[in-house]
Design a protein around this ligand. Structure first.
Ligand code: GRF
Length: 197
C-alpha cells in the first residue's frame, strides 16, 4: 500500500479532486494507494475544513512558528513520517502548497514528490502566472504537473493541460478556467505515477 500525503495552503480544490477521483476509481484496489492525510502550513486554510468534511485526518505545521525554513521542514517531515515506512511509502503531493522547499527536503522524497503549477511550464514559473500570461498576450494558458526538484517549478513534466485565453479575461476568470483542468490532470498524473513507484 502507498500512502498519499497531500500538502495544502489554501482552498484545497485540487486535494478534493484527488480524493474524489481516488474514491471513484477505487485506487485502493486498483493502485494499492490511499490518501491518508492533509497537512497545511496555515491553520486558516479553507481546504482543511474541506478535508475534514471528506473525513480525512488533517494536520497543521505553521511555518511562522519556526525560526528557519529547515526547522519548519524538519517538523513537516516528522508529520509525514507517520505515514511513511518501507511497507507504506508516502507519495507527497503538493496541492496549492505555498512554501518553497529546500534541496534537503526535496532530496528526502526524491521520485515521490509532485506539484501542480498553474502555467504551461517552462513558461511562467513562480507567482502571478495568470496575469503574466495575459500581459504577455498568450493565446493559451494552462497547468503543469511536475516532479519537484531543488530548482523551483523546473522538475520533469508529468502532465499538462491547455485552455484558451479569451478576450476580456482577468487573472481570476483565467485561473478558474485553468483550475477545472487542474482537477482532471492532477489525479490522472498521480495515478500514472503510482504505477511507477
Ligand atoms: C492551483 O491553481 C495550483 O495550481 C496552485 O495553487 C492553486 C491551488 O488551488 N499551485 P487549490 O488550493 O487546489 O484550490
Amino acid at each position: 500500500m502507498k500512502n498519499i500525503v497531500i500538502l495544502i495552503s489554501g482552498s484545497g480544490s485540487n486535494m478534493a479532486a484527488i480524493v474524489k477521483t481516488a474514491k471513484r476509481e477505487d485506487w485502493v484496489a486498483r493502485l494499492g494507494a490511499r490518501v491518508v492525510t492533509v497537512i497545511s502550513n496555515r491553520a486558516d486554510a479553507p481546504g482543511l475544513q474541506v478535508a475534514r468534511e471528506i473525513g480525512l485526518p488533517t494536520d497543521v505545521v505553521d511555518h511562522k512558528v519556526y525560526a528557519s525554513r529547515e526547522a519548519f521542514e524538519a517538523e513537516l517531515a516528522q508529520r509525514i513520517a507517520r505515514f511513511d515506512s518501507a511497507e507504506y511509502p508516502a507519495l507527497v503531493v503538493l496541492a496549492g502548497f505555498m512554501r518553497i522547499l529546500t534541496p534537503g527536503f526535496v532530496a528526502q522524497y526524491a521520485g515521490r514528490l509532485v506539484n501542480i503549477h498553474p502555467s504551461l511550464l517552462p513558461a511562467f514559473a513562480g507567482l502571478n502566472t495568470h496575469q503574466r500570461a495575459i500581459d504577455a498576450g498568450c493565446k493559451l494558458a494552462g497547468a503543469t504537473v511536475h516532479r519537484v526538484t531543488a530548482d523551483l517549478d523546473h522538475g520533469e513534466i508529468l502532465a499538462q493541460a491547455a485552455v484558451p485565453v479569451l478576450p476580456g479575461d482577468t487573472a481570476e476568470t483565467l485561473a478558474a478556467r485553468v483550475l477545472t483542468q487542474e482537477h482532471l490532470i492532477y489525479p490522472a498524473a498521480i495515478a500514472s505515477l503510482l504505477l511507477k513507484i
